[in-house]
Design a protein around this ligand. Structure first.
Ligand code: NAD
Length: 379
């Protein structure tokens, strides 16, 4: 027996944020970051709470790639506030922090029979899909730990394209490649199903059709809406099908060298596609056929499986080039000496990452090390 779960109600499109105007609650806890305060987005949310007579407390101390100290601080404030509504407003880092704060409070306290607050996630990047996933990624020292629990699934996800117009081009590129990586990894995952396939295929098409417009014309609301939807749809695919070793390698690279998550995926993705497809061998695996099918559905040359896999890799590289993304880990400013000094530590982290078991091709230490070496050099 298999299961496919889609939890949150999704409010999407222009003015989706107005959903907040119909809320009833006593006390809200708003988790966000300083950028959301600076852009006035936090006020947009708290104004609506005030209009509804809902008391609120704002916790805006979440940085990118949140660590355990941010979660502990959030727990203290939330515990004192006793909310019946939690709103996460921000990128994946903020949404993950809110999830981890709620999860930790409810699982460590004795009175865990206290009613769980309503949980609303409002993503302001089009990348992680965290608004619909049961995942939360939290850093402990230099390792990114992936918590997975359905408890963390939001009740409502609000996808308002107005909130992503301000995302600068470099972050648009990073987060957009994260969406592509979620869809590709879910599509070839050992746990893929007809349901996750449908979502992954749609998300891949939306990324190839709209990401460049979001990058080149940040205020193109139609393109922003499509990428916001793509991010959420890819999230639905991977929260069910899980991911693969691009993410395992990216988590370790991000944890050790602070490479932004989507950029880390972009640097590793094509090397992993070639590895999973066994492109330089028989190129006849189920994953290879799936990559080729995706290439064909994108209108790329795919008269053989090998040609399809190659076309997909070329198309991904063209997308990255058009957005001026780095071609190698070296290009991101990580020195050769630093990289090789931490290489085996990252390999160890990637091997035990919770995304590794669902990668379509089983992988060993040596193969992970080779993938890192290829991505460092960009060959
Ligand atoms: P992020 O949340 O770290 O945000 C990146 C930067 O963009 C921050 O400086 C933020 O302030 C800024 N920003 C956010 N929204 C903005 C806006 N509208 N305008 C201008 N600037 C804005 O980046 P992210 O890629 O969304 O999230 C990355 C984190 O999510 C990583 O820790 C990653 O491991 C994790 N992640 C989680 C899941 C999941 O399912 N929970 C999936 C993938 C990744």
């Amino acid at each position: 027996m298999s299961e496919f779960l889609i939890k949150p109600k999704i409010q999407f499109g222009a003015n989706a944020l107005d959903f907040l105007s119909g809320l009833t609650a006593r006390r809200a806890f708003v988790v966000t970051d300083k950028a959301m305060v600076k852009f006035g987005f936090a006020n947009k949310v708290t104004d609506k709470l005030m209009q509804r007579g809902i008391e609120f407390q704002v916790y805006d101390d979440v940085a990118s790639d949140p660590d355990i100290s941010a979660i502990v601080s959030g727990m203290k404030i939330m515990d004192a506030h006793y909310p019946d509504l939690v709103i996460a407003l921000g990128g994946g880092s903020v949404i993950d922090a809110a999830k981890a704060v709620m999860y930790s409070l409810w699982h460590t306290r004795k009175e865990s029979n206290r009613t769980k607050p309503q949980f609303i996630a409002i993503p302001t990047t089009s990348g992680t899909g965290s608004e619909v996933t049961s995942f939360s990624v939290i850093k402990s020292r230099s390792e990114k730990l992936v918590l997975v629990d359905e408890f963390m699934l939001p009740d409502v996800a609000i996808l308002d394209p107005e909130l992503v117009k301000s995302v600068p081009p470099a972050i648009t590129a990073d987060t957009g490649m994260d969406v592509l990586c979620h869809a590709l990894e879910a599509y070839v995952s050992k746990a893929a199903s007809d349901f996750s396939d449908a979502m992954a295929e749609k998300a891949v098409k939306l990324v190839f059709s709209h990401l460049i417009d979001c990058h080149h014309q940040g205020d193109n609301l139609m393109a922003r809406e499509k990428m916001h939807n793509a991010s959420c749809i890819a999230g639905m695919a991977f929260t069910n099908a899980s991911l693969g070793i691009t993410h395992s390698l990216a988590h370790a690279l991000g944890g050790v060298f602070h490479v932004p998550h989507g950029r880390a995926n972009a640097l590793l993705m094509t090397h992993v596609v070639a590895f999973n497809a066994n492109l330089h061998g028989d190129c006849n695996s189920e994953a290879a056929k799936r990559y080729a099918y995706l290439a064909q559905s994108l209108g790329l040359p795919a008269s053989t499986v090998r040609e399809g896999v190659t076309s997909l890799i070329v198309a991904i590289n063209v997308l990255k080039d058009e957005m001026g993304m780095p071609k190698s880990i070296r290009d991101t400013g990580v020195s050769e000496a630093d990289f090789y000094a931490r290489l085996m530590e990252m390999v160890g982290q990637a091997l035990r990452d919770s995304c590794t078991p669902t990668n379509p091709r089983d992988v060993n230490t040596h193969q992970l090390e080779t993938l890192y070496r290829q991505a460092f050099a960009g060959v």
